[in-house]
Design a protein around this ligand. Sequence first.
Ligand code: PLP
Length: 372
Amino acid sequence: MENSVQVLKQLPVYQPSLIGNEKKYVIDCLDSSWISSKGKYIDLFEEGVAKYLGVNHAAAVCNGTVAIHLALLALGIGEGDEVIVPTLTYIASVNAITYTGATPIFIDSQADSWQMDPADLERKITKRTKAVLCVHLYGHPCDMDAIMPIAREHDLFVVEDCAESFGSLYKGQHTGSFGDIATFSFYGNKTITTGEGGMVVMNDETLYDRCVHFKGQGLAKHRQYWHDVVGYNYRMTNICAAIGLAQLENIDVFLNQKKQVAGWYREGFADTSVTFHEPIGDVYHSYWMCSILVASAKDRDPLRNHLAKKGIETRPLFYPVHTMPMYSQKFARFKTAEDLGWRGMNLPSYPGLTKEDVEYVVNSIKSFFGNV
Ligand SMILES: *Cc1c(COP(=O)(O)O)cnc(C)c1O
């Protein structure tokens, strides 16, 4: 036997691809000294995102969490109001509702798409319901044909949390262009990144003006240093926007690479007991995350440990938010969300993964179940 040391593969769940003009544009910010929250890259990035999505307006902000807060503020949501949100989501979707003083009302998910269940949405509407927050989870769009008529009938605002769905399509139309207002995150592990960053997009000009007003300290329009509401500093820097613009230039590259990665996983899991997160209906699943369900919840964490030993990072699916201490005062069960939450995990999902990397992950999973 040779005495060679085998270098263990290290596959993180995500890493950004900074393969384009990121460095060039950031250096331009430094050379020109436009490093704060004014400058050409903010405008170019906002215009670029709005054009890509097919919406009228975009307002850049410093992260995806404040983007949701700002969207809710712009709609005038606050104390006494209820906002319906899936329990199976990232914590920020729910916390942003709490920041406004409104009450988050949880709903269950659908077993096949993992998205919010429109039937449960309809059941949870009360006289106090003001809005529904649709989260297009892991890059799979929500069932907008079912959700929009319910929202219209009950006079609810529709807010789309598209933090995980940049580039996802429902019947050929971009997520983020269905509701009254939509939000994006550009955190380092999102489909396009600015390091930390976010965006609020909308067609309505008044909503856009309200977002700009609230994100810039509530500055009055026609009087300097005069503030007419309690505002926030939620602005994005020109440096972040410079990175974002460079990322946006490569969005098609990223989406195609992610689609290829998802295809390799799909092939790998055919004829196994593992369920791969597939697109349901006429949608384009952008595969922010490639995710699986194991057949039995008791296998999930042992499998994650097995993969960790092989240098493969995974994440559990989101823990349903209604089970977390600050949201669990009222005992409630959400059967599907809980089942998905306990059986699911995200696999390495970034654009730079090779076919060999994906095969290594698939084979490592198969070896856990003893079928290799
Ligand atoms: C990432 C994410 C957010 C928050 O974005 P940040 O930029 O991290 O603040 C909100 N909602 C969902 C569903 C997310 O995945």
